[in-house]
Ligand binder design. Structure first.
Ligand code: NAD
Length: 642
């Protein structure tokens, strides 16, 4: 179990479409009335809308926010704020404008309402990075965090597609690194995975149609979640590299994040396998790093550092910067390792090699198959077919299944069918050994609490067992430890159920059922009883033994392939039917039997494990037994029909 600390950040968040129209209310809510509006050069239209919404609260406007928050720009803005005696800053723009707002707040204590128009995520972090004389310094404090963040999806519609793409991947980078940060915790894990899912889904929609409000909403929400991760946990080699490349080579912020992310992920993958598996799962791709690379490439984003003007000659300096005082990272950060990472990033080669994963084409295909069921009249059939196909497609795609593997699967299923006969049901065995039979059984039969738990039917039940009278010996002289069985069948309230039909079957001392022994003459160790007036039946049999399920066929090969044994825990089968009651199919397991915790068909249930104690001397019906005998006493409770 992991020990962790989680600090929730206190900003108020308003999210939606058209939400910036409430900005005046948000300012008044903070008890402020004199606003300086901050913005950058390219955000004129959103800024004009916000200015209009602020009305009389707006007393000054500063349009000069610049990348990396240069301190001289901050001083200019501060002078304007002081000259107009403002008590609140409202910023509209990307991370650069947010940075300026934070820089003013930390200097003069202004309240902040931030309206982000990119996906940088800075608006929810208590971190401020500033540059002075070309040197970037970072600080973190509660005063830096804005009071209110207003996310207005409408204001992001004008963000150019190229910036949309790189800014969203910038957000994804925060989420990815949060998952393997030492401070990672259940809250940030969920935020991060949801952010990655939102970006993977939203980005293709927005790139196809920049005005797609649903897609824009997914991205903006992901930006908030990613920023929240960044605020709560530390960063790793990806952010360290970006800081090194941004500071040392002046590479553009979000483009650089976009290029570096897949390579940083590939670098960390050997040391963060579980994280990469979870990312791949939400992205619905076989490999997380290659998946991010493919996503960016398929949308026309930058995939190589060469595109950003960085060359192989820059690698030694960059590697030295990135390995000096490295951030905590799952894989140790070495000059050689980072140099190799950068060489791949300069070349833009796909992590892991190979060709891009054709996600979009696969999804189109899946939608077509699902749509082909649209005419299904039976709604249940429609649900089952649709879900089966979706999940089967997901299995195929997320495992990047090869033709050879699929042919193997078809051959396996074909052979499974071919082995089936009147006395052998390999498909039931397959379903049993994969736990599916028990799953279906639990769903169908084990939801009535007062009823004895059910267990799987198994492949050895034979219709129409011979009728047997109470007191008979099912073993008919077969070798084994004799066992006296005295069972009752009752209603859930304990009322006895006379005349219930009870089928019993079990294996012999060597673990074989009669149907597996062709030389046997007729049914053995199976029979059909009726309960007496007290709802009881008694008979002799032998103590059941563990036995291997038939493992000379495809199912046996499967067990062998995955290193599993074929043994079933010893048990006696019962099938109980009484008029007006639900049929109960179950098994009883001796508590001193083998394989109770590793039954090959997952059939053992806690309440079905029963003491079958050893006795010596006189038997209940006076039969003379030489040596030890066992006794099984049990009451089956069966529920009335619903
Ligand atoms: P940015 O703010 O510089 O914006 C990128 C570009 O998009 C700019 O040219 C901007 O004018 C334009 N733009 C923004 N919104 C627009 C819109 N709606 N329509 C048209 N154009 C629009 O860059 P960014 O990527 O948002 O943020 C990067 C900065 O934020 C960097 O300085 C980075 O260090 C900082 N940052 C800080 C944190 C933190 O927690 N402190 C987190 C992430 C980023």
């Amino acid at each position: 179990m992991k020990t962790f600390t989680y600090n929730a950040q206190p900003s108020r968040v308003v999210f939606g479409s058209g939400t910036s129209r409430t900005v005046a209310d948000e300012v008044l809510r903070l008890g402020r009335s004199r606003v300086l509006l901050l913005t950058g050069h390219d955000v004129a239209e959103p800024a004009t809308e916000v200015a209009r919404a602020l009305g009389d609260l707006l007393v000054a406007r500063f349009d000069g926010a610049a990348m990396h928050t240069p301190t001289q720009v901050t001083e200019e803005a501060l002078a304007s704020a002081r000259a107009h005696d403002v008590d609140c800053v409202v910023s509209v723009g990307g991370g650069s404008t947010t940075g300026l707002s934070k820089a003013l707040a930390v200097r003069a204590g202004y309240d902040q309402v931030i309206i982000p128009t990119t996906y940088a995520g800075s608006e929810v972090t208590p971190v401020l990075g500033e540059t002075e004389n070309g040197v970037k310094t970072t600080r973190s404090s509660a005063d830096i965090l804005p009071e209110t963040v207003v996310y207005d999806v409408d204001l992001t519609v004008g963000l150019p597609p190229a910036i949309t793409l790189t800014s969203a991947i910038n957000a994804m980078a925060h989420a990815v690194e949060a998952l393997y940060a030492p401070e990672a915790n259940p809250v940030t894990d969920q935020l991060a995975l949801e952010a990655i899912r939102g970006i993977t889904q939203g980005l293709p929609k927005v790139m196809a149609d920049p005005s797609d409000l649903d897609g824009r909403g997914e991205l903006l929400q992901a930006a908030w979640l990613s920023g929240s991760c960044l605020a709560a946990v530390g960063m790793g080699v990806h952010h360290k590299l970006c800081h090194a490349l941004g500071g040392g080579f002046d590479l553009p912020h979000s483009q650089m994040h976009t290029v570096i992310l897949p390579y940083a992920m590939a670098y960390n993958a050997p040391a963060a396998q579980d994280v990469m598996r979870r990312i791949a799962q939400v992205m619905r791709v076989p490999d997380a790093a290659a998946g991010v690379h493919d996503l960016v490439a398929s949308l026309g984003g930058p995939t190589s550092l060469a595109e950003l003007g960085f060359t192989v000659d820059d690698i030694p300096k960059a590697a030295a910067l990135a390995t000096a005082r490295p951030y905590p990272n799952p894989r140790s950060v070495t000059v050689d390792g980072i140099s190799a990472l950068l060489a791949d990033a300069v070349a833009g080669s796909r992590p892991g090699g190979g060709n891009a994963f054709p996600r979009a084409e696969l999804d189109r295909m899946s939608r077509a198959v699902v749509a082909s069921f649209a005419g299904t009249e039976d709604p249940r059939l429609h649900t089952l077919m649709t879900d089966l196909v979706r999940r089967a497609h997901d299995f195929v795609t997320s495992n990047d299944l090869t033709t050879a593997e699929w042919e193997f699967a078809i051959d396996f299923l074909t052979r499974t069918g071919q082995v089936c006969s009147d006395v052998r049901q390999e498909f039931i065995l397959l379903s049993d050994t994969l736990g599916i039979s028990t799953m279906v059984d639990i769903l169908t039969n084990s939801r009535v609490r007062e009823q004895t738990p059910s267990a799987v039917l198994g492949p050895f039940y034979v219709e129409g067992p011979p009728a047997v009278r109470s007191g008979a010996d099912l073993a008919e002289g077969l070798p084994g430890v004799p066992m006296w069985v005295d069972v009752a069948v009752t209603n859930p309230d304990g009322t006895p159920l006379p005349d219930a039909i009870v089928d019993v079957w079990q294996s012999n001392e060597d673990g074989f059922y009669d149907v597996q022994l062709p030389d046997l003459d007729g049914p053995v160790l199976r029979g059909q009883f009726r309960t007496d007036a007290d709802g009881r039946l008694r008979f002799w049999t032998i103590l059941p033994c563990e036995y291997p399920i038939p493992d000379d066929g495809p199912v046996g090969q499967m067990l062998d392939g995955v290193g599993r044994h074929p043994f079933r825990a010893p048990h006696v089968h019962f099938m109980i039917s009484a008029s007006g009651h639900r049929r109960l199919i179950t098994q009883l397991f001796p508590s001193d039997g083998a394989y109770l915790t590793s039954d090959s068909v997952f059939g053992v249930k806690h309440n079905l494990i029963v003491d079958m104690p050893e006795h010596r001397g006189p038997t209940p019906d006076g039969r003379v037994v030489d040596g030890a005998w066992r006794r099984l006493d049990f009451t089956f409770r069966i529920a009335p029909d619903a």
